[in-house]
Design a protein around this ligand. Sequence first.
Ligand SMILES: Nc1ncnc2c1ncn2[C@@H]1O[C@H](COP(=O)(O)OP(=O)(O)O)[C@@H](O)[C@H]1O
Ligand SMILES: [Mg+2]
Length: 269
Amino acid sequence: MTAALDLQGVACTFTARHDPGQRYTAVQDVSLTVGAGEFVSVVGPTGCGKSTLLNVGAGLLAPSTGSVRVFGQPLNGVNTRAGYMFQAESLMPWRTALANVAAGLQFHGVPEAQAATQANEWLRRVGLGGFGDRYPHQMSGGMRKRVSLAQTLVLDPDIILMDEPFSALDIQTRQLMENELLDIWQAKKKAVLFITHDLDEAIALSDRVVVMSAGPGSHPIGDFLIDVERPRDVAEIKTTPRFLELHAAIWAVLREEVLKGYAQQLKAA
Ligand SMILES: Nc1ncnc2c1ncn2[C@@H]1O[C@H](COP(=O)(O)OP(=O)(O)O)[C@@H](O)[C@H]1O
Ligand SMILES: [Mg+2]
C-alpha cells in the first residue's frame, strides 16, 4: 500500500547561526515512512533534528537531499494533506476558541455559518462544548491545547503532524489529552507522525517508535513495533509487562544517544 508520508534519503544542512561560513548537517540518510492510518513516533535527544524532519514532512522546509512523497506524489511546497500541531501556543489571542477553530475552514473558503457548526462540533469532541466564546487568556493551558487540537483536526487532514504537542502540560492533563488523541485517531484512522522526547509517551501512543541518533547527521537507529493491543489507556498501559519490556529494549538504544546529545549541548553552551 502507498505510504501516507515517505521520506527517502533525506538530509538537511543549515548554515550555522554563529558562523555563517560553517555548515551544519542536522539529519542525514533519513528514510522514514508512515503508513495510511499508522501512528508513528520519533524519539531522540534534544537537537537531533526531530522538528526539522517534521518541517520536511509538512513541506515547510525542503530537504537538502532526498525525496518526500505524500500518498505516492512528490511533495512540492506545503503539504496540503497534512495538519500540523506545534509545541508552542498557536492560538490567535484576539479570537475566541470557536473563531480560532473556524479560522482554518474560513481560509479554505467554507461559509461562516458552516465553519462555525463544524468548529462547534470539534470543540465538543475535544471536551470543550460550551467554551466556544472563551478567549485564549480565559482558558487554562490544557484547554488551549484542546483548542489547538480541534484547530488541527477540523480540517480533516489525512496526515497529522505533531511536534511535542503536550510537553508543556502537567502530567494529569497530558494523560487526558493523550487518551483523547487516541480516541479520535482510533475513530478516524489518520496517519500520525508524532515527535516527542518522552519515550513513555511514544510507546503508549504508537504503532511504531523510531529512535534517532544524536546529531550531527542524525538518522534512525532503531524501529520498534509496539505490539500492545488497542484501545489503550496511556496511564494503565505503563504498568503492563509488555510495556516495560519494550521500554527497556528501546531505552537500551536511546540512552547513549541522549548522553551524547547532552554532552553536545554542554559543549555548545
Ligand atoms: N533554521 C535553522 N538554521 C540553523 N540551524 C538549525 C535550523 N533549524 C534547526 N537547526 C539546527 O539543527 C539541529 C536540529 O534542530 P531541531 O530539528 O530543532 O532538533 P529537535 O527538534 O530534535 O530538538 C539543531 O542543532 C538546530 O540548532
Ligand atoms: Mg524540536
